[in-house]
Design a protein around this ligand. Structure first.
Ligand code: SF4
Length: 662
């Protein structure tokens, strides 16, 4: 018998992003670039551990573990015969709607519906869910609509009951009551490869005494959603009518057409693996009458950091070849190099003219480089944030800095992989050791330090605050704080203001202001800039087409031996990242990067997943060692990529000066 086509809460959430996705979801014939391995996804998000901890706050609760819809409903109905009962994952259906509630508490005719989220919540913020105009904040929208959906289904299934709805989340200000709490929730796979959490039998009453999760009533927000006052643009369709329409269309598998727009850029059905159908191509062909050929051209979706995408798409200006200067309106911002809008126009112009040579602001870049002091240091951090803290007194989602890599370029041009740090020891809060090691590697001279993007500055600021507020005895607290202040600038939220005299230089900012390579297609991520600089620099191509990395007479490396960075694959220069071994079998680094919903962490999705795996899953010493070696290599390439950008620029400027002098 065919499975009933229920509108579940995850399908409803998908339809809120775009109704057309309901048609593509779950169909094997459509390529879907969302992560296939939910075990790794669970590790990256920490959601399963939070869910399991929430259950521990409700002793005596009954867990319904079967995935079979009918079986789960049968078990739920049996339990609900009791007057007072707590059920985890009960299955409730009403017509063509179906939900599994995280925690359901039944007291007679009253229900508590609790949705558990691996998200941090600050109780000190007054009215965190609303904008000033009384509408719901977009960051909370998916969670609140999810609860509203569940409350609707529950109220239809039990019309005579009252329902109070809650979100349960990590309390940002709560202090962990004991040491090692997070180690008591290990992620495991069962025989059928399904993920689950194994709760240690050493979990004590003390572990649960001061709660790191907090339960927040959201009934007022849910009422607003039902009343239609949650959004600025009031819809003619009520929330209930929306659910009914989506459920009816999903049940009969009828496609709902949506307006194409900027949302399509990150659509999981955008990919085209050449074999499966592309949902994106179907949507865009239908809307624009496009053929296969049209999809070969870049569109306004590809213009870097561009806010007018929806407006232009609505006006029928779709391809980059259709854009004119007025569409972008490039404006000078009176700062060195190109402004954001000038850079957008540069991208468009270069694409339209077929230019492949990078744009370089010779004067601006020359000036920047003249301010740098040798030896140059290139650093990159790998970090994560744990929902359940490692140690007593630590707070949920405090940042963990577990790895860095460090390359040096000397004045004579010599390059070395000078240092690294990796702490994957289970249950250890590594941040202070991390800074101690960083300090010992950087404090030997006064050379310029480079980072790529604000992440390193943000994390050092956070460790500074941790050091300042930590009540334990830290002998070198003052020295560590002074060191952090010397190489960072204070972040906007900091009450104390500083700008270190050896403040790290952000290479990412310099890329954005002084360099644009058409090969990057508008992306400034180091993973896009690295192949672009390799493609365009004769110097780099010549130097790194040799086995000179990790050799006694070449570039010293802590993790590579006799390595050649420039390799040709299928007649093209291979992306250096593609040459590294996979961190996880059958999962590409690209897919791992998609795991994190946090933009700042996106570039480290693979590393944080590997770290979480070492912390929370069973693994042999051999596997652990292999994963550590993989992590060390990836991080080393992250800082070596910065060295290559520097070397590429240095040689381009040298050649330019020589040409000018001739
Ligand atoms: S391509 Fe656009 S319209 Fe089509 S499903 Fe994706 S987001 Fe929706």
């Amino acid at each position: 018998m065919a499975k009933p086509r229920y509108l579940t809460k995850s399908r409803f959430k998908l339809a809120l992003e775009c109704e057309t996705k309901l048609f593509y979801t779950g169909k094997k014939e459509y390529a879907n670039q969302k992560m296939g391995d939910s075990f790794l996804e669970a590790l990256a998000e920490g959601g399963y551990q939070v869910g399991e901890l929430a259950k521990c706050y409700y002793p005596g609760g009954h867990d319904i573990t079967t995935l079979d819809y009918e079986d789960a409903e049968r078990q739920t109905n049996e339990l609900l015969k009791q007057d007072n009962v707590i059920i985890f994952e009960p299955a409730i259906s009403f017509n063509n709607l179906f939900i599994r509630v995280d925690v359901l508490v039944k007291n007679g005719n009253n229900f508590e519906l609790i949705e558990v989220k691996a998200k941090s919540f600050d109780k000190n913020i007054e009215d965190p869910f609303h904008n000033k105009n009384g509408t719901l904040k977009s960051t909370w929208r998916p969670y609140l609509y999810d609860v509203a959906f569940q409350k609707h289904v529950l109220s239809q299934a039990f019309p005579d009951s009252t329902i109070a709805s809650y979100l349960m989340m990590a309390d940002k200000n709560a202090e962990c009551p004991t040491d090692g709490l997070n180690q008591k929730f290990r992620i495991v796979r069962d025989e059928s490869n399904r993920k689950g959490v194994k709760v240690s039998n050493t979990l004590t009453v003390d572990d649960l005494k001061d709660r790191v999760l907090t339960k927040i009533s959201v009934d007022h927000c849910v009422s607003q959603i039902y009343e239609g006052t949650a959004e600025k643009d009031k819809s003619d369709e009520t929330f209930i009518a929306l659910i009914e329409r989506l459920a009816t269309k999903y049940e009969v598998d009828e496609k709902l057409e949506s307006t194409i727009g900027s949302k399509c850029r990150s659509c999981e059905f955008k990919c085209n693996d050449g074999e499966s159908k592309s949902g994106y191509e179907e949507c865009w062909s239908k809307a624009l009458g496009w053929t296969k050929e049209d999809f070969k051209e870049s569109t306004v979706l590809d213009v870097w950091n561009f806010r007018k995408k929806d407006k232009l798409i609505a006006e029928g200006v779709i391809k980059i070849s259709d854009l004119n200067e007025d569409d972008i309106s490039p404006k000078d911002d009176a700062k060195p190099g190109v402004s954001a809008s000038q850079r957008q126009w540069l991208q468009v112009e270069m694409e339209q003219s077929g230019t492949t040579t990078p744009y370089i602001d010779y004067d601006g870049l020359s000036y920047e480089m003249s301010t740098w002091k040798y030896p140059l240091h290139f650093i990159d951090f790998e970090t994560t944030a744990m929902a359940i803290p490692f140690n007593k007194g630590r707070k949920p989602y405090e940042g963990i800095a577990f790895q860095f890599s460090h390359h040096i370029v000397h004045k004579d041009g010599a390059v070395e992989h000078a240092g690294q740090y990796l702490n994957t020891e289970v249950g250890i809060f590594p941040n202070y050791d991390f800074v101690r090691e960083l300090r010992s590697q950087l404090d030997n001279d006064n050379g310029t330090i480079f980072r790529y993007a604000p992440h390193e500055n943000t994390y050092l600021n956070m460790i500074y605050r941790q050091l300042q507020s930590d009540e334990s005895d830290i002998e070198d607290r003052e020295e560590l704080c002074q060191f952090i202040k010397s190489i960072t600038k204070s972040v906007g939220s900091s009450s104390e203001k500083w700008d270190g005299d050896r403040c790290m230089v952000d290479l990412w900012d310099i890329v954005k202001r002084h360099y644009y390579a058409p090969h990057t297609k508008g992306s400034n991520s180091i993973k896009a800039v690295l192949p672009a600089i390799l493609q365009s620099s004769d110097y780099l191509q010549k130097k790194y087409a040799q086995v000179n990395y990790g050799t006694s007479d070449g570039i010293p490396s802590l993790n590579f031996k006799g390595w050649q960075w420039l390799q040709i694959k299928d007649g093209q220069i291979a992306d250096p990242y593609s040459l590294l071994p996979k961190l996880f079998e059958d999962v590409s680094v690209h897919d791992l990067e998609l795991l994190s919903s946090d933009d700042e962490l996106k570039n480290g999705g693979a590393a944080l997943t590997a770290y979480a795996r070492m912390q929370f899953s069973e693994m042999s010493d051999y596997e652990r060692k292999a994963l550590e070696q993989g992590l060390l290599k990836y991080c080393e390439l992250d800082t070596f990529a910065m060295v290559l950008i520097y070397e590429g620029w240095r040689e381009i400027l040298k050649a330019h000066k020589a040409k000018e002098a001739a």
